[in-house]
Design a protein around this ligand. Structure first.
Ligand code: NDP
Ligand code: MG
Length: 390
């Protein structure tokens, strides 16, 4: 039996992963499941899958988790340190699907045990790509991408050499507002930003898709994971979300990956790699689809894409500053304190504040420094919000 753990088990990716596990009774021995506020779901899944331990990120929820697990034999724990401890428990395959920078510490700890880490948590690559890749190399661990575009690139590269790659094209649906006039974006509400035309995902990544911050993170993720130069990465708007990415080789050939917009595709590929197993995803009927649509992204409309380029040029800990500022700006948008377009300007200001502090961005990439920069970026954004809202 393959021993597995799932971090962020109660979320959209976590639940899709559990769906695949549930379909293969007897194939998996579940070590740890983690969640946050959704303690009832966490307890239900932990009992059903007979996990050794269930961890909620929030100490205030521990009692509730304990009583939900009473008599089940599943251990209960809470807090950031408990998540890291659970990530050190031996497992053959670990899903990293916590949302945000909070996924970094458990991800690093998982790599230290030399496991295979299925990485959905793109924020950890954006914040600390070099640290994550080096930790994997030092411990003989493997990182398999779960983000659909990166899984697509990874699959297009099977049997190929990265030196022969000329460009990597990741597609973007354009999110909820792709057909809105620019002027109207200012007034976009939380409810409008929280629905995606093609993908069913967690709220935060759905809003990030509407603002293209998700694509900005993915561009940086592409650079960190595949080690290509920023100029080699292109974003292509593809409203149908059927072509997930394309890899262009030096002879001009393009290899693309197509599939239904269902994350169980990428999760299943990472789960069964290097094999392919049957998956419960819809098959594409290309004749019925008829046409595939592509267009260039409008950079005016999506300042996040420009910021991603600046972050890659700057290097160092600017990814951590960018992500921290973006996460905090998103918190403020969700709380109704700022408008949709303010997320980009706040992120840019937060990033600039940190870059102006001598030596901060160029400090060595340790978990401690990344965490410090992340925290400072969030505070810088809070300060601007306080100034703006008086
Ligand atoms: P969700 O918001 O649906 O789930 C997030 C998970 O993380 C939940 O289990 C949540 O617990 C938990 N969590 C939230 N905050 C914390 C915290 N501070 N510490 C520990 N755990 C926490 O997100 P998604 O599943 O949509 O996304 C997960 C990751 O995968 C993200 O990095 C996202 O960018 C990436 N991804 C997602 C895709 C998708 O289709 N959803 C596609 C590609 C990448 P609870 O809900 O119980 O509070
Ligand atoms: Mg993606």
């Amino acid at each position: 039996m393959k021993k597995i753990s799932i971090f962020g088990a109660t979320g959209s990716i976590g639940q899709s992963t559990i769906d695949l596990i549930r379909r293969a009774p007897g194939a998996y021995d579940v070590v740890a499941l983690s969640g946050g506020h959704n303690v009832a779901q966490l307890a239900r899944d932990a009992i059903e899958l007979q996990a050794d331990i269930a961890i909620t990120a929030h100490d205030a929820r521990l009692e509730e988790l304990r009583s939900a697990l009473a008599g089940s034999g599943v251990e209960a724990a809470s807090g950031a340190a408990a998540l890291v401890e659970a990530a050190s428990r031996p497992a053959d395959w670990i899903m990293s699907a916590i949302v945000g920078a909070a996924g970094l510490a458990p991800g690093l700890k998982a790599l230290e045990q030399g496991t295979t880490l299925a990485l959905a948590n793109k924020e950890s690559l954006v914040c600390a790509g070099a640290l994550l890749m080096q930790t994997a190399a030092d411990h003989g661990a493997r990182i398999l991408p779960v983000d659909s575009e990166h899984s697509a690139v990874f699959q297009a590269l099977v049997g190929e050499r990265i030196e022969e790659v000329e460009r990597i094209i990741i597609t973007a649906s354009g999110g909820a507002f792709r057909d809105w006039p620019l002027e109207r974006l200012k007034t976009a509400t939380l409810a409008e930003a929280s629905s995606h035309p093609n993908w069913d995902m967690g709220q935060r990544i759905t809003i990030d898709s509407a603002s293209m911050f998700n694509k900005a993170l993915e561009v940086i993720e592409t650079r960190e994971f595949f080690g290509v130069a920023p100029e080699q990465i292109e974003v292509l708007v593809h409203p149908q979300s059927l072509v997930h990415a394309l890899v262009g080789f030096r002879d001009g050939a393009l290899m693309s990956h197509l599939g239904a917009p269902d994350m169980r595709h990428a999760i299943g590929y990472a789960l069964h790699w290097p094999d392919r197993n049957a998956l419960p995803v819809a098959r594409l009927d290309l004749a019925a689809i008829g046409q595939l649509e592509f267009r260039a992204p409008d950079l005016q409309r999506y300042p996040a894409l420009r910021l991603a380029q600046e972050v890659m040029r700057r290097g160092g800990l600017s990814g951590a500053a960018f992500n921290g500022a973006k996460e905090r700006a998103l918190d403020h948008f969700i709380a109704g304190r700022i408008g949709f377009l303010d997320m980009a300007s706040l992120t840019e200001e937060g990033l600039a504040t940190l870059e102006a502090q001598p030596g901060l961005i160029d400090a060595s990439m340790t978990l401690e420094n990344v965490t410090r920069v992340d925290d400072l970026a969030r505070r810088a954004v809070d300060q601007v919000v306080t100034q703006r809202t008086g």
